[in-house]
Design a protein around this ligand. Structure first.
Ligand SMILES: [Zn+2]
Length: 121
């Protein structure tokens, strides 16, 4: 049960699921965004309050989309590292980072021990 291959499989599954979730969120944001931008026509009376709140929504969506896009890139980078056997190892002590920690923090680059000693010094 503890062969390295199992760990690789678990990590791949974790990253694949994260990527899928993030892509779904992006698709939902885009879907909720589109009807809003086509409603820019003369079927509704123009109202400044509306204009402003729509603008704010757009900016929030854009920022969210950007963050989620960045997340997908990081996940894909992690998958790339995983292929080369370089994902999920502490960058300081080279120990394998426990999967439980990676589930909580998929982009953790240090084990808890190194992380804590960093904070102390
Ligand atoms: Zn470490």
């Amino acid at each position: 049960m503890d062969r390295p291959g199992d760990r690789q499989d678990d990590l791949r599954e974790l990253l694949d699921r994260l990527r899928q979730e993030t892509l779904t969120e992006i698709a939902e944001l885009l879907r909720s965004h589109r009807p809003e931008s086509v409603s820019f026509d003369d079927t509704r009376p123009t109202d400044w309050g509306d204009e402003v709140s729509r603008h704010i929504d757009d900016e929030m969506d854009a920022a969210q989309l950007e963050r989620k896009g960045e997340r997908v890139r990081r996940i894909e980078h992690a998958l790339d590292l995983l292929d080369r056997g370089a994902y999920g190892h502490c960058e300081k002590c080279r120990e394998a980072i426990p999967i439980a920690r990676l589930r909580a923090l998929p982009f953790a680059t240090q084990c808890v021990g190194c992380r804590e000693s960093n904070e102390l010094f």
